[in-house]
Design a binder for this molecule. Structure first.
Ligand code: EPU
Length: 429
């Protein structure tokens, strides 16, 4: 019988102390893909120790790059002619692999990337990525599970996104950086991670204006050069700590993330009753009573982030009163609420709304993490549950939260990673 790791948490501790937040997963993966735009050594700083970075590094190696990861610094040496194919075995483990589409197409004139498929939070289309590249002159086809794009040279275009997709904006900005002429992307995503990648591209020599606004203008240049770039702090990890402090009636100083990138989430926490103050290189959250119920509606930035929705459900589950949580970005992101219900949460969903009636106390139980954020939300609920909660499938948590368990321990939580026999029943049929 094999063994697996789980996270075991005994609820009841008040989180107190200081935590450091590393670079954002959803930025660093795209910065790594953007490195493909220039031959030579790109260095990325403030890289979080997470599984997704390991997978992306492997993908870059298979494209012919040399990748070295020392402490929080990643060096990517890109050859003159990187490979053009990303296989399903890596893409299925890391949807962000799709971000090599734009950089490789514009650099090599051809790219073949496996379709990532859907995942535990819902369907994840590529139509806006593909439509934008076609407008820039690419011929895009689909064969045997791969999307294949070809263009001797991309040209500038006017692109209107139906929805401000983060991934499509990143792919199209990268592709346009080396295209002939000017590209305008309207209804572009405005996330801080978009600003981060545009900042790196500008340092590489790209001509981009409007990053962080709805209209981004990119004037193509013939060549980019490698640079050294520091990844923006992870606002999702920071937001997770903010909610954890609020739920446990704690006092936590979060360093390494800019509170201005988390305004709506921190405002909700204030409405729930916590005190939030800006500090040097971060912020502090203090709470001394049961949180008051708040409603939350997820939207693209600067709206409440969908990646913090599971934390909002966990908070609502222990708050005083009913909360309505509305999910507008992914179509199946409420799947994890059944696991929350195992912890005693009173949650009912109807379409993209969830109604949560807060309870005085949750009740520890074994639960399963189906995705990164759901896993973190379940752990937060476990911190407030009576008795022991065991979270399994924690590889998902490892994909996005560096050193989560030691950091929780540092704040006073009773939590461990535990190696247990894999009790998957091997039934014959
Ligand atoms: N969509 C389409 N067609 C497209 C592109 C997107 O229909 O061509 C839809 C998606 O199906 C989804 C919505 O648009 O319903 C939003 O998708 P978006 O492209 O904005 O998301 P993404 O780039 O695939 C990134 C993050 C997610 C985060 C979302 C929204 C990375 C690697 N992932 O995904 O992060 O939830 O933006 O902010 O950057 C996570 O970190 O746990 C995570 C899921």
């Amino acid at each position: 019988m094999g063994r697996v790791e789980i996270i075991r948490v005994r609820g009841g501790a008040r989180l107190e102390g200081e935590v450091f937040v590393a670079g954002a997963k959803n930025s660093v993966l795209k910065l790594m893909a953007a490195a493909l735009l220039a031959e030579g050594r790109t260095v990325i700083e403030n890289v979080p120790r997470i599984l997704d970075v390991t997978i992306m590094a492997e993908l870059l190696r298979r494209l012919g790059c040399e990748v070295e990861w020392v402490e929080d610094e990643l060096t990517i040496d890109v050859p003159a002619e990187p490979g053009t194919e990303a296989d399903y075995d890596l893409v299925r483990r890391l949807r962000a692999s799709i971000c090599v589409l734009g950089p490789l197409l514009t650099r090599r004139g051809r790219v073949k990337v496996a379709y990532p498929g859907g995942d535990a939070i819902g369907s994840r289309g590529l139509d806006m990525h593909i439509d934008g590249l076609e407008r820039m002159g690419a011929k895009v086809s689909s064969e045997h599970g791969f999307v294949i794009a070809e263009a001797d040279r991309l040209h500038g275009a006017s692109i209107w996104l139906d929805f401000p997709s983060v991934g499509a904006t990143e792919n199209l900005v990268s592709a346009a950086a080396l295209a002939d002429g000017t590209t305008v992307i309207d209804n572009a995503a405005r996330e801080p991670e978009i600003v981060d990648i545009c900042g790196m591209l500008i340092a590489m020599g790209a001509k981009i204006s409007g990053a962080g606004e709805s209209t981004v203008l990119i004037e193509g240049v013939p060549e980019l050069k490698p640079v050294r770039h520091r990844t923006v702090g992870d606002r999702m990890v920071a937001g997770t700590w903010a909610v954890a402090a609020t739920m446990t009636r704690g006092d936590v100083l979060v360093r390494g993330a800019d509170p201005r990138n988390l305004e709506i989430a921190l405002d909700k926490i204030c409405t729930a009753g916590a005190q939030v103050s800006a500090e040097q290189d971060g912020f502090r959250v203090k709470m001394d009573h049961r949180p008051k119920a708040v409603d939350v509606v997820t939207l693209p930035y600067p709206g409440f982030p969908t990646d913090l929705m599971p934390m909002a459900i966990a908070l609502a589950a222990v708050s005083d009163g009913p909360s309505m949580v509305t999910e507008n970005v992914f179509d199946a992101r409420f799947m994890f609420v059944n696991e929350m219900a195992r912890l005693g949460a009173d949650v009912r969903t109807d379409g993209h709304h969830a109604v949560v009636r807060g309870r005085d106390q949750l009740s520890g139980a074994p639960v399963t993490a189906h995705d990164i954020r759901a896993g973190a939300g379940l752990l937060l609920a476990g911190l407030c549950a009576d008795g022991v909660t065991e979270v399994s499938d924690i590889r998902h948590i490892d994909r996005g939260y560096p050193a989560f368990v030691p950091q929780l321990q540092g704040l006073g939580a009773d939590v461990q990673r535990v190696d247990v026999p894999d009790d998957e029943l091997a039934l014959e049929f």
